[in-house]
Each structure stands twice: as C-alpha cells, then as structure tokens.
Design a protein around this ligand. Structure first.
Ligand SMILES: Nc1nc2c(ncn2[C@@H]2O[C@H](COP(=O)(O)OP(=O)(O)OP(=O)(O)O)[C@@H](O)[C@H]2O)c(=O)[nH]1
Ligand SMILES: [Mg+2]
Length: 229
C-alpha cells in the first residue's frame, strides 16, 4: 500500500505546475475500465488481447493494479487518466487517488455488456445497488465537489451512430433508474456537473465521436463549474 501511495505522489509531483486535466476512472470489478483505457491508449488493441495481457501481468505480479496514461486532445489539451480496479481490496483505496490528486473528472463505468446483466436476478440487483452506493458516495465526497462526473453505461453494441431501438432504450433507462440517475438529475447542485453516457468501451478509439463529445462536454461543464466557484 505504501508503495502505491508513493508512486501516486511521485507522479503528482511530476505533473505539478502543468495544466493537465486529471481524470479518474472508477467502477466495480469487471465493469470494463482497463479495456476502455487501453482501447483509448493503443489504436487497434483488441479487447481479447487487453484481457490476455492483463491476466499475464497480474499472474507475474507486475501489474500495480491501477493504471495511468497521458493523452492530448484538440478539444481539451493534455489530460491523464487514472484507472483503479473495483474489487474489494482496491475499492477502499479509491479515496487515496482523489485526496492526493486534484481530480477534474470522474468516469464511473458500469457493466451493461454481460449477457445476463439485464436479468432480474438477486446478483444483478446487488451489483447495481453496490454501484449506485459507490456512485452516490463519490458524488458526495468533499474532494470531488467541483469535479465533473460521467456515468458510463458500457454496452455491447455499436454506439457510434446514436440511434437506439426501443428495447435498447428501455434497457438503458432501466439500468440508469436502478443506478439512481433520476434522483441525481433532480439535484440542483449536480445539474452542471453530472452526465450519463451510453458507450461501447471495448470498441472505442480516441477519434470516436462518443469520446470526443465527452471531452468537449467535460470542458463545457468545467468552465461552468469554474464560473460558479
Ligand atoms: N463484450 C464486452 N466485453 C467487455 C467490454 N468491456 C470489457 N469487457 C470484458 O470484460 C472483462 C472485464 O474487463 P476489464 O476491462 O478487465 O474490467 P475492469 O473494470 O478493469 O475490472 P477490474 O480491474 O477488476 O476492476 C474482460 O474480459 C473484458 O474483455 C465490452 O464493452 N464488451
Ligand atoms: Mg481493471
């Protein structure tokens, strides 16, 4: 744990003074975060290769658990994404990232791609209510009170053209409802800093319009938040 703290603070001191937006990607175990990050990082990286490589790194104990990658975009300039696992061991470490770093944006990813994720089972209720609790907890954290939040429903279909059929829309909305989105959208203080997104994270590239639009939206909300402080 100490090793992890010092690696994060080292990175923080390297970044100090630069205008680099810090993104923090969180979500429960298996939500698709690592896949998302490396699909953005490496053009053409296949979902199954990410899975194989991460398994290999974990087996060899070379994987620090969390990952950090830097990017630049014409819409927002330099940004870095921290991606932290959501298992029972690393979830309690999430606060360390937003207490040591100034996080501008939280991307909270939820699995909506597993074939049984829409089944009305006890496991699914439990998983979604756990995700909801984590999301609400983060939204109420003092260190994140001026951060932008994106709730990403990670679906297993093409999301580049924005059209959805009725069934897809109903399924997405049912999950958003179980995650507490209608409540969040009612809260005046969250209106300027919370957005929900439906995206196939295993099929993304930095040039994808979904990703570029998300960055532009982040920037817009960030300017608005700064104006309110
Ligand atoms: N079909 C499909 N599979 C996905 C998608 N995203 C991730 N996966 C698969 O889901 C599994 C978990 O993905 P990860 O990216 O490792 O999940 P994670 O959120 O990083 O999980 P932790 O690190 O344990 O918190 C892997 O087998 C991925 O290949 C997706 O959008 N569609
Ligand atoms: Mg991961």
């Amino acid at each position: 744990m100490l090793q992890c703290v010092s690696a994060v603070t080292d990175r923080f001191s390297l970044l100090a003074g630069q205008q680099t937006y810090q993104f923090l990607m969180l979500g429960l175990e298996g939500a698709g975060k690592t896949t998302f990050l490396y699909k953005l990082r490496i053009n053409g990286y296949k979902k199954d290769d990410v899975k194989k490589d991460m398994k290999f790194l974990k087996k060899d104990k070379k994987d620090p658990g969390y990952h950090f990658e830097e990017f630049s975009s014409p819409s927002i300039g330099q940004y870095g994404i921290w991606e932290v696992p959501g298992d029972d061991v690393l979830r309690p470490m999430w606060p360390m990232f937003y207490r040591y770093l100034h996080i501008h944006c939280v991307i909270f990813v939820v699995d909506a791609f597993s074939p049984d994720c829409f089944d009305l089972t006890k496991e699914n209720f439990h998983r979604l209510s756990k995700a909801r609790d984590c999301l609400f907890h983060l939204l109420n954290e003092d260190e994140l009170r001026v951060s932008v939040f994106f709730l990403v429903l990670n679906v297993d279909r093409n999301t580049e053209d924005a059209t959805r059929n009725e069934e897809e829309e109903q399924n997405d909305n049912a999950l958003f409802e179980m995650l507490g989105v209608p409540e969040i959208e009612q809260m005046a203080h969250l209106k300027t800093r919370f957005r929900k997104v439906v995206m196939n994270c295993a099929n993304i590239t930095r040039k994808d319009s979904n990703w570029e639009n998300m960055l532009k939206e982040f920037r817009k909300m960030q300017v608005q938040i700064q104006g309110e402080i």
